[in-house]
Design a protein around this ligand. Structure first.
Ligand code: ZN
Length: 126
């Protein structure tokens, strides 16, 4: 059994239906530079990416760029909620849910926990 701590979210992927998911915090890197400017959208890491530019009419003046900083989630930490997994959901230090996921777990879950990225622990048998 693997015991993981992380956060709840809804996984969206183009061409697939969204599903309830858990991201292992071990695979979250916080405050990573994203390689593009939050003001004009210019990618600075690689000039071949210039066609991705989707900002306003003009790029900032040299030196005025402000790089976007954000969290990076690795797919290695992504787990779909699955019947049989043991899930504990926390809000601050309160336990909101502590159960083995049933076949009907999607209806038992409060979707707000996922929209708001509540903390959780999940035990996975593999
Ligand atoms: Zn800029």
């Amino acid at each position: 059994m693997i015991e993981m701590t992380g956060i709840l979210f809804i996984h969206y992927e183009q061409g697939c239906s969204p599903f309830l998911a858990f991201q292992n915090e071990k695979y979250i890197k916080y405050n990573q530079p994203k390689g593009y400017c939050k003001k004009c959208g210019l990618y600075f890491t690689n000039s071949e990416n210039d066609e991705k530019y989707s900002g306003t009419e003009k790029y900032c003046n040299e030196g005025d760029h402000e790089e976007v900083i954000g969290d990076e989630w690795s797919y290695a930490g992504l787990h779909a909620l699955t019947p049989g997994y043991h899930l504990i959901v926390y809000s601050n230090n309160e336990i909101l849910y502590n159960n083995i996921l049933t076949n009907d777990f999607e209806n038992e879950m409060n979707k707000e926990w996922f929209y708001k990225n509540y903390k959780a622990q999940m035990d996975v048998c593999e």
